[in-house]
Ligand binder design. Structure first.
Ligand SMILES: NC(=O)C1=CN([C@@H]2O[C@H](COP(=O)(O)OP(=O)(O)OC[C@H]3O[C@@H](n4cnc5c(N)ncnc54)[C@H](O)[C@@H]3O)[C@@H](O)[C@H]2O)C=CC1
Ligand SMILES: CC(=O)C(=O)O
Ligand SMILES: [Mg+2]
Length: 534
């Protein structure tokens, strides 16, 4: 009989089985010159070989997360219409108003979504209104749900709501993928959002919705409107509040060790008072009240600054979300320079959520250092191009005493012969665990205490070695384990608040429940998955 190879075998190179395809993929990835090229390569890999993609992501978190997520996902969004290759998520547009159910039903065919990340593209990271180019932010967050919490890829649903864009340069770009129109007024957008949420709940009854990167007013507005009606949370307000509280808690412990200031006597200055800044301030306030302070006492520990300077109650036309923390105890001339505000407040902690690159300049950082043995400085704006201060500068200007966490990643460095490891204060530590816990508990709502307990679980998860290294966040490579611990805390809080529909968990011990959660995490392993698909 003559040898007759099957057509698929004939396509395989002869030595393929003796080589490590993972090694080949990493080599190809590393050969790309720019972050954006790496991003395109990785998303192509995910489409072709999803198991291999997630395996490589999990084994190389520190290298790959900054490509799929901040900072490079910022470039991907800015250029999305130009780098687009294939559909990666769902677009629901303002033109679908009146028949959103049908649009979702079409997508639903064979799709058992449990978690959707929904953006309207109006405030992507600190990059502003990117309209339909915002989809990669939903895709990137869901990659982290899979990698970080072990959510099954097939149950994730990235959505971009295309309501137009007020960034008019996109209207003139022949490659722009979205509607060429301005955003609707509030009543029209409200009608759209109500219809969208009703339709989502009808078509995907078990779905958890994460709102992401909505402009400030709408972020607060739709969280307030929908949080008691649907299974929904806002990552920028609640996820960020939760993750920054964790880091702040551990940072305050380190600063107390140096200066003796008790946690509840910390003085916190927020530079940036948008959805993230106010979200974090509210989370800190709630935590301080748990520590025994009254709301007024807790509020007195917090100062907020926006583009016009220190926010005071007597300022005319103050936006609604800024009113709660507006100071009533300052009646001098407006304090518009950050240094002047710092001299007045004498903060122990300076948190940046402003999108202003290098706002924490040498004078500001040195001033914080002169006021505190160990100043807490968290420049949390994303991506790196909008970060308030680089890690190296913060170390140099404080002679290594700074307690630092940034929104986007920085590398470990050496200064005066000592090794310094930065923290990454990013909601990516929190949302995968909140989502996992809420999905498993079948929580009807995401309550404040679920978010708060997630934060406490993360803060408590530092190992002795991590504490010894002065870390304020655990190492990212432990994210799967951290997500289990966070999910456990979230489930227990859901039970206390009676929003859990999966009552079986109520009879399990913490150990048994933790084991169950672990076993539920999806693993990227199938037979021969490291070979290309034929
Ligand atoms: N690290 C993390 O996990 C997260 C980081 N962020 C980042 O935080 C930043 C802000 O996000 P949002 O609060 O949603 O935006 P936003 O637009 O709601 O708020 C920005 C705030 O900064 C203030 N600001 C702008 N220019 C200023 C200036 N020159 N001086 C002082 N204040 C100024 C604005 O008045 C506003 O209060 C973004 O870069 C975003 O990527 C947001 C969510 C999570
Ligand atoms: C991290 C994040 O959610 C943001 O920068 O908007
Ligand atoms: Mg965000």
């Amino acid at each position: 009989m003559p040898f007759a190879p099957s057509s698929s075998i004939a396509r395989l190179p002869p030595y393929l089985f003796n080589t490590d395809h993972r090694h080949r993929v990493l080599t190809q990835l590393r050969s790309k010159a720019t972050g954006l090229e790496k991003y395109i390569y990785l998303n192509g890999l995910k489409e072709r070989e999803p198991n291999l993609f997630y395996e490589i992501l999990l084994a190389n978190m520190l290298e790959i997360v900054p490509i799929l997520y901040t900072p490079t996902v910022g470039d991907a969004c800015s250029n999305y219409s130009h780098i687009w290759r294939r559909p990666e998520g769902l677009y629901v547009t303002i033109e679908h108003k009146g028949h959103i159910r049908e649009v979702l039903r079409q997508w639903h065919a064979g799709h058992s979504a449990r978690i959707a990340v929904v953006t309207d593209g109006s405030r992507i990271l600190g990059l502003g209104d990117l309209g339909a180019n915002g989809l990669p932010i939903s895709v990137g967050k869901l990659d982290l749900y899979v990698a970080g919490a072990g959510i099954k890829p097939a149950t994730t649903l990235p959505i971009c709501l295309d309501l137009g864009t007020n960034t008019t340069k996109f209207h003139d770009d022949p490659l722009y993928l979205g509607l060429r129109r301005r955003r609707p007024d509030t009543p029209e957008m409200d009608e759209f959002m109500h219809e969208f949420m009703e339709a989502m709940t009808e078509i995907f009854p078990q779905l958890l919705v994460q709102f992401e990167d909505f402009s400030t007013d709408n972020a607060f507005r739709y969280l307030d409107l929908f949080r008691n009606q649907y299974r929904v949370f806002n990552d920028d307000i609640q996820g960020t509040g939760s993750v920054v509280l964790s880091g702040f808690f551990n940072a305050a412990r380190l600063s107390a060790a140096a200066a003796g200031t008790p946690l509840t006597d910390q003085r916190i200055l927020f530079f940036g008072a948008g959805s993230a800044g106010i979200g974090v301030a509210k989370q800190l306030l709630s935590f301080f009240t748990l520590q025994g302070l009254s709301v007024e006492e807790a509020k007195s520990r917090i100062w907020t600054v926006d583009s016009k300077g220190l926010i005071t109650a007597d300022r005319k036309g103050l936006q609604e979300h800024k009113k709660f923390f507006a100071r009533t105890d300052y009646d001098g001339p407006a304090l518009t320079k950050l240094e002047d505000v710092i001299n007045y407040v004498k903060p122990t902690a300076l948190l940046g959520l402003s999108t202003v690159r290098n706002a924490f300049d040498e004078q500001v950082v040195r001033l914080m250092s002169s006021l505190n043995a160990r100043p807490i400085i968290f420049p949390l704006s994303n991506p790196v191009s909008l970060c308030e201060v680089d890690y190296e500068d913060a170390i140099k200007w404080t002679n290594g005493s700074v307690i630092f966490a940034s929104g986007s990643p920085y590398k470990t460095l050496e200064y005066n012969g000592k090794r310094y490891e930065p923290g990454q204060g990013n909601n990516m530590y929190i949302f995968p665990g909140i989502g996992l816990g809420a999905i498993l508990a079948k929580a009807r709502h995401i309550t404040d205490s679920m978010v708060e307990q997630a934060s406490i679980a993360l803060a408590s998860s530092l190992t002795d070695e991590e504490k010894k290294a002065d870390l304020v966040y655990p190492r990212l490579v432990r994210i799967r384990d951290l997500s289990c611990q966070i999910a456990l805390a979230v489930i227990r809080a859901a039970q206390k608040d009676n929003v859990d529909e999966n009552l079986l968990f109520r009879n399990l011990s913490d150990e048994a429940l933790l084991e169950y959660i672990r076993a539920k995490q999806w693993q990227p392993t199938t037979l021969n998955h490291h070979l290309p698909r034929l």
